[in-house]
Design a protein around this ligand. Sequence first.
Ligand code: C5P
Length: 210
Amino acid sequence: MIIAIDGPAAAGKGTLARRLAEAYGFALLDTGLLYRAVGMKVVAADGDLDDEEGAARAARALRPDELSNPALRSDAAAQAASKVAAIAPVRAALLDFQRTFAHQPPSPAKGAILDGRDIATTVCPDAEIKLFVTASAEIRAKRRYKELLDRGLSAIYARVLEDLEERDARDKARAVSPLVAAPDALVIDTSAMDADRVFATAVDFIKSRN
Ligand code: C5P
């Protein structure tokens, strides 16, 4: 079984994906890390994030062990990710890895959960469960801001909101695999929900499909 979770940044996808993976014993792939790793590789090589061929080469050379770099969690990595994510050959280069993970998850997992922006629409249109997790930009920015402060980092709320909106706009406007809910996805607006309620809503939907 494949569970696809898509949605904009800081909507609660990651938390939901982790909780579902634990509850069902499924393997989890945070696909944002792939784009973050490609973006950071380009930046580290002093490359240009608009150079399609350079970014595609970085995507083709990506190794799974490069996904555990803590620097991938930074806002700089997020912005670099959303730039290289608009490049069609980058997306094409990352497709096989994601599909193999979805269809042959590492043993002993009985299924796979992938979270990202285009899992239900492009990577796994055959996923049995499709969830689109969203929330207002202000709520998402507040959550991200609090998370940064909790991690001991300094942040300015207005800047966090601006960065999120910039990234959302780029993800929605790109020509290839834009951020959009699949027609058969359950849309969960987490603006006024806590993590327990989001989890319960997803579990009810999964039960209703089995
Ligand atoms: O989910 P995360 O914030 O880590 O994603 C970083 C960026 O990677 C997103 O803003 C988006 O541009 C890109 N991305 C994507 N497709 C995915 C996952 C992430 O385009 N499946």
